[in-house]
Design a protein around this ligand. Structure first.
Ligand SMILES: [Zn+2]
Length: 202
């Protein structure tokens, strides 16, 4: 697994294929002259049929859609974009892969002791078990990402398991601004809040 090979240009690479765009690539590290660290580059493409691994010849490094034929196994393929664009992207995909299990410490969300978090580019969601007057209550936060986040940018929902109730904090954002119906299925009952209830409230 940790085996290394020497590359033609005097660098090193892990003895593993990295697959991207339907081809195999070798991720090469070359020491930087007079500097610390190394240069990373994607060498390839190599044929990915079975474990063929034959180096495919590129004639025009700027051409899109160049047809490639493997001289070892005969497989015909086509590169989806020019090799000059593709190789730097393979390198970035490789680097992204090495960050895949990084934790997210978001500066976008309010500093509460949220236990579960998820987000996309526009919204974030958090959940935790809170303790209110000796009772365990599930709390769900749901909001829009904003640079200067205020209480009115996110909703706070309380799921009371003992009383089988679903409530939201009126001092925060009304969750029905973003959602049309909220439903909680408890052991003995199902509770829904819909936008009609919102109208009744106001
Ligand atoms: Zn091949």
């Amino acid at each position: 697994m940790n085996k290394e090979v020497k590359t033609r240009s005097g660098g090193t690479a892990p003895a593993n294929w990295f697959k991207a765009f339907g081809f195999f690539w070798i991720m090469e590290r070359r020491p930087r002259r007079g500097k610390e660290g190394f240069n990373l580059s994607a060498l390839g493409p190599y044929c990915s049929k079975g474990n063929c691994g034959y180096e495919l010849s590129i004639i025009n490094f700027d051409a899109d859609d160049e047809p490639l034929k493997c001289d070892k196994c005969g497989k015909n393929s086509k590169i989806p974009k020019s090799i000059n664009l593709m190789a730097p992207e393979v390198k970035k995909l490789y680097e992204a892969e090495s960050r895949i299990d990084w934790d997210v410490k978001s500066l976008d969300t309010p500093p509460t002791d949220i236990k579960v978090k998820d987000e996309d580019d526009k919204y974030w969601l958090g959940a935790k078990i809170g303790n209110v007057a000796g009772k365990r209550i599930g709390v769900v936060y749901f909001g829009e990402k904003k640079e200067n986040q205020t209480k009115k940018d996110y909703a706070q929902l309380f799921i009371d398991l003992d009383l089988e109730q679903l409530r939201f904090d009126p001092t925060n954002k009304n969750p029905l601004d973003d959602l049309s119906t909220l439903t909680a299925e408890f052991k003995n009952s199902t509770v829904s809040i819909n936008s009609k209830a919102k109208h009744n409230k106001t």
